[in-house]
Design a protein around this ligand. Structure first.
Ligand code: ADP
Ligand code: C5P
Ligand code: MG
Length: 199
């Protein structure tokens, strides 16, 4: 097997943080300023759920409503397909990897072809995240998981399954932490200086 050189590899930034920490909002700004392609694992799963030809629709709905992590084979193949369809070499992968299973599945399938630049982590208190998601729900997000019951489960999953992944990347010196508890432009000022330094 011939492996691509670092210069030939696609470059990826993983974007992590609690539900409502502002991952999607900041990714949009990064796209505008730094030309990455934004792939949200949650958005790809919601799209797959809405596809009447998908055999995973019901499973995905059950996992999303209960704040559980969808099996990585499904999520990783959606990410891989989206990367292959794009001509870009630079991707923001938002909301992934969210568990050890996500991480192992990605490493097995993708780590030979894709270079992980760093992991952007939005640090935000749970009560702020909760308020933002409830507001997003009442403003008509249409999401079946922007309600108090689902959010309790999503925060549990975040603490139990995702925080260890954030710690893992911290140990590898790949974590770039940003305080997300301020207005979106102020958060982006910090994000911008990270991207300027890394690229
Ligand atoms: P995530 O992708 O992490 O779930 P979003 O970017 O979708 O987060 O943001 C969740 C909600 O909070 C959205 O309604 C968004 O408009 C709002 N929001 C995002 N960033 C901020 C911020 N810095 N301050 C206040 N509200 C924010
Ligand atoms: O990131 P977002 O809030 O859009 O994710 C919504 C839901 O999608 C998660 O709570 C989870 O059920 C599912 N998801 C997943 N695996 C991921 C990302 C999202 O199962 N890597
Ligand atoms: Mg999001």
């Amino acid at each position: 097997m011939v492996f691509p050189s670092l210069a030939e590899m696609k470059k990826v930034v993983f974007v992590l943080g609690g539900p409502g920490s502002g991952k999607g909002t900041q990714c949009e700004k990064i796209v505008q300023n730094f030309g990455y392609v934004h792939l949200s694992a949650g958005d790809l799963l919601r799209e797959e759920r809405a596809n009447p030809n998908s055999k995973h629709g019901e499973l995905i709905e059950d996992y999303i409503r209960n704040g559980k992590i969808v099996p990585v084979e499904i999520t990783c193949s959606l990410l891989k397909d989206a990367m292959e369809k794009s001509n870009s070499q630079h991707f923001l992968i938002d909301g992934f990897p969210r568990s050890e299973e996500n991480l192992n599945g990605w490493n097995k399938e993708m780590s030979n072809e894709v270079h992980l630049q760093f992991v952007l982590y939005f640090d935000c208190p749970q009560e702020v995240c909760l308020e933002r998601c409830l507001k997003r729900g009442s403003a008509g997000s249409g999401r079946s998981d922007d309600n108090v019951d689902s959010l309790k489960k999503r925060f549990n999953t975040y603490v139990n399954d995702t925080m260890p992944i954030i710690e893992h990347y911290n140990g590898l010196n790949l974590l770039r932490k940003v305080c997300a508890n301020k207005d979106a432009d102020a958060v982006f000022a910090d994000v911008k200086s990270i991207f300027e330094k890394e690229n």
